[in-house]
Design a protein around this ligand. Structure first.
Ligand SMILES: [Mg+2]
Length: 365
């Protein structure tokens, strides 16, 4: 087997989570690009082992008759269902830092972002696809732990990792996750269904993730105990809740709070062509910290902090929405209006505009 230099000019390496690597020629006028060489060791052996290791760890399931190891995955969508597809970047320095987020957390959050989008449509997650670009100096241990986090969450939600791609990046870990789900035909809960008079609800509590991240940004903490700040390190996508809201036809519109409540509500209002009034005192603020010193997060984190992965939805005022669904607290926080602005009503009943100031990740600091 001939060894081909990795940085050979005008070549690139394509790997579809199979153990073989092809070095491709550039496309020419004479037809599609064709492999000019083949060798099995273009990637470091540990990474090769990792991919076959990942393949072994993926549980087969009927919805994915063929996953890792072929040119494409084959997915089976139930009859009379439509497919949901979402894609999300997890970029080192933008969405996580290796000195702050343990590898398991990075893997978990990577998949949680996609699952949360499926939840926001009321869908059933089916399969995930992961594209990874890894710096040459990344340790095998880090990668193993990344997959521990990702595959644990995948098992919890019965999602199969059905394929992906790996490549090298200069210095940062870059991951892109695609999650595919299904939903009965015509039943996906869209952002565009909110109507004037509908009540606005949010699940769980808001701001926990951003407030914990602020402790790190502000350098008040060098690292955090992951167990004490689950919303930052191991958020739970609200798949079950989303499904119930769809099955019971409760939600007229829905979105997950990934960008920050103010920004996500603005998305619903924009797509639905409506406005909103939100009662500041009703916004459920997360409690963070050690059990003995739990404290409510600042309102700004609850209003604008992102990555809580809760569900923000609207329901007709004729519907009774229970205060708890699938074990998750549901809080009514406002009403949809015909007037197309978003106002926050303060405790003294004065009102101010709620600007979409969603969390801008790490770029802000
Ligand atoms: Mg989303």
């Amino acid at each position: 087997m001939t060894k081909v230099p990795r940085a050979a000019p005008k070549t690139d390496v394509i790997l579809n989570f199979i153990s073989d690597v092809f070095i491709w020629n550039e496309p020419t006028n004479f037809g599609p690009r064709r492999p000019i060489a083949y060798h099995g060791f273009a990637l470091p052996l540990p990474e090769k082992a990792l991919i076959s290791g990942v393949r072994r760890r993926v549980q087969p399931k009927p919805a994915v008759p063929s996953g890792i190891g072929d040119d494409c995955a084959v997915l089976r969508i139930p009859e009379n269902h439509e497919m949901l597809v979402t894609t999300d970047f997890s970029l080192e320095g933008i969405h996580f830092r290796r000195d702050w987020h343990p590898a398991e957390s990075v893997g978990h959050r990577c998949l949680a972002r996609g699952l949360s989008d499926i939840a926001a449509m009321g869908g059933n997650p089916v399969a995930a696809f992961l594209s990874l670009a890894l710096p040459p100096k990344l340790s095998q241990r880090w990668l193993d732990r990344f997959f521990d986090g990702l595959l644990k969450l995948a098992a919890e939600f019965n999602v199969t990792l059905a394929g992906g791609d790996t490549s090298q990046s200069p210095t940062a870990v870059l991951a892109d996750i695609v999650v595919v789900g299904s939903v009965p035909k015509g039943n996906a809960v869209l952002r565009s269904g909110a109507r004037p008079g509908d009540r606005i609800y949010v699940s769980g509590a808001l701001g926990g993730s951003a407030a914990a991240l602020d402790l790190l940004y502000s350098k008040r903490r060098k690292t955090l105990n992951t167990g004490l700040y689950p919303s930052l390190f191991f958020p739970t996508p609200q798949v079950k809740l989303g499904k119930i809201l769809r099955q019971q036809s409760l939600a007229t519109s829905m979105i997950d709070t990934s960008d920050g409540f103010s920004t996500d509500l603005a998305h619903i209002c924009e797509e639905s062509g409506v406005g909103a009034r939100v009662a500041e005192s009703s916004v459920p603020r997360a409690k963070i910290g050690p059990a003995a010193r739990l404290r409510l997060v600042d309102l700004r984190f609850a209003l604008h902090g992102g990555e809580d992965y809760q569900l923000l939805f609207t329901a007709s005022s004729r519907q009774t929405v229970p205060p708890k669904i699938a074990g998750v607290d549901i809080t009514e926080i406002g009403v949809i209006t015909k007037r197309r602005d978003i106002l926050l009503t303060h405790a003294n009943l004065s009102q101010s505009k709620l600007k979409p100031l969603g969390w801008e990740h790490f770029g802000k600091y």
